[in-house]
Every structure is written in structure tokens, then in C-alpha cells.
Design a protein around this ligand. Sequence first.
Ligand SMILES: C[S@@+](CC[C@H](N)C(=O)[O-])C[C@H]1O[C@@H](n2cnc3c(N)ncnc32)[C@H](O)[C@@H]1O
Length: 293
Amino acid sequence: MVAGRAGWRIGAGSTRGRALATLRQAFAEAGLDTPALDSRLLGAAALGIEGSAFLTAPDLLLTGPEAERLEAFARRRIAREPVARILGAAEFWGLLLRLSPETLIPRPDTETVVSAALARIPDRLRPRRVLDLGTGSGCLLVALLHEIPGAFGIGIDRAEGAGRTARSNAEANGTLARAAFALSDWAAAIGGSFDLIVSNPPYIASREVAGLDPEVARHDPAAALDGGPDGLAALRHVLADAALLLAPGGLALVEIGFDQAEGGTALSRAAGLAVEAVERDLGGRPRVLVLRR
Ligand SMILES: C[S@@+](CC[C@H](N)C(=O)[O-])C[C@H]1O[C@@H](n2cnc3c(N)ncnc32)[C@H](O)[C@@H]1O
């Protein structure tokens, strides 16, 4: 029998249904936003079962090792480690991506970059050169290569561990033959010209990083969050690189913070790029600058 910090217990011999209910309540009492979802995801991973098995076989008893794994996962979640970090993987654009300490957890809002790009690419078989600036887990490049069979691309990041993780995600998702990864300070190490440039640069103002939710402030890498004093420092680099490396008529899609549409638009024009649109995320907030050279 193991006891959680606030007195809750999960023991060998507890049923799956009871263990799940205990976790849900412990997570709710700890103030987590989505206790039911988190307990189901962590429960399924700890027991090596589908989440639905909690409903179809709630009376099965936990073994000692299962109870211990579940307790360890729960303790980490209550300490505000995100579920994706505990599981070591996240889903993006329907693809499973591995994470490492140097990669941001890909966010659903970032899928707006992919959908905005695909909406503007009618012929997906035509060869296209794609550049992903600040690739992290590789989520943008891997999703785009997955969707655009004619594309090949380069993902760059300044964090060595991110490049390694992105590479393994490209391999796991069948796109490595059309992908390359490089260590670079933005596009300093990159030459040539590209038909499509995507980026989700860090865009939180430095003074705001420490005040983010603990899941983000403590567990996402600072290099993936901190956008300098006004949150726009990385965007300026990305726009300068895009202006230099985009082929004539080429398209750049850059994620911004929900309150950066005005600043981002002005900086894009100043960099010599035409602003075709500002796409909104699923919550209706401005999220992606759509730029043409
Ligand atoms: C907000 S994260 C985005 C990661 C991934 N593209 C995504 O959407 O989840 C920004 C990424 O930019 C990288 N980065 C920060 N500064 C950089 C720089 N000077 N040169 C290259 N990459 C940088 C970080 O390491 C991080 O992986």
C-alpha cells in the first residue's frame, strides 16, 4: 500500500475503478485544471492499457508494481509536471512525438501554422523546400513533410538536444528521408532559398516567464519561451531570416502571441515582407502571421 502526500492511497489490490477515482479526486484537490483527463491518461500509461479499459474492466485489481507506477506518476503530476512530460511524448497533428528536456511540448495552437500552410499549398506533389526555424520537437517540420509528399526540409535549433529529438521524431513518423536537422543560431548556418518557412519562435516577454503556470515555467525550456524584453526579439531574427531566405513568392508562417498581431505585422512589413493574413487559432485569437516575399 502506498500513500499520497495528502492522505490518498493507491494499493495493490485496489480496483482500477477505485484507483482512478482516487487519483481524480487527489488531482482536483491539488487544483489541477483537468483532473479526469489527467488521471485517465496517467492511469492508462501506468497500467499499460487503453483509457477505455477503466470503463470496460473497472473491477480488475492492481498489482504492486502497477500501484507503485501510478503513485509515482500521480506524485509528479501533483507537483505540476505536465502529463506529456511524465509520458515523455505528446500528440501533434495526429502524430506521436517524443519529448526531451530541451523541447517544448507542442501546443494545439501551433497546429494553426500547419493548417494555414496546407490551405495555401494546392499541389502537394510539387517539390518544395521547407525551413523550420526553432524546430524543437520537430513538430512543424514533421507534420508538414507528412502532409506534403513533394516537400523536403531543414529544421534548425540552437539546442543540441532538440535537434536530436526532432530527428528521431522525423524517423519515427516516416519523414527522415526528406528531412535534415542542423544546429544553428536561427538561420546563421543556413544558405539557399526556401519556398516555405515556418517558425514558432519564443514570444513571452522575459519578465512574464516566471509567472507562467508551473507546468510551463518549470518544465518547458526557457530558451523555448523567452522572447526578450518585449517578447518580440526572436520574431525580429526570424523575420530577417525569412526576408533573406524566402524564394520570390515564397510563404512564411510565423506563430505569435495572441496580443502580438499589431507588433508582428509592423515588424514584418519593416523586414520587407507582405502580410497576407493573420490566422486565428481554435480559440479565435490571432496566432499566425502569413507572410509573402
Ligand atoms: C517556442 S519553441 C518552438 C518549438 C517547436 N517548433 C514547437 O512549435 O513546438 C522555440 C524554439 O526555438 C529555439 N530557439 C531559441 N532561440 C534560438 C536561436 N537563437 N536559434 C535557433 N533556435 C532557437 C528553442 O530552442 C525552441 O526549440
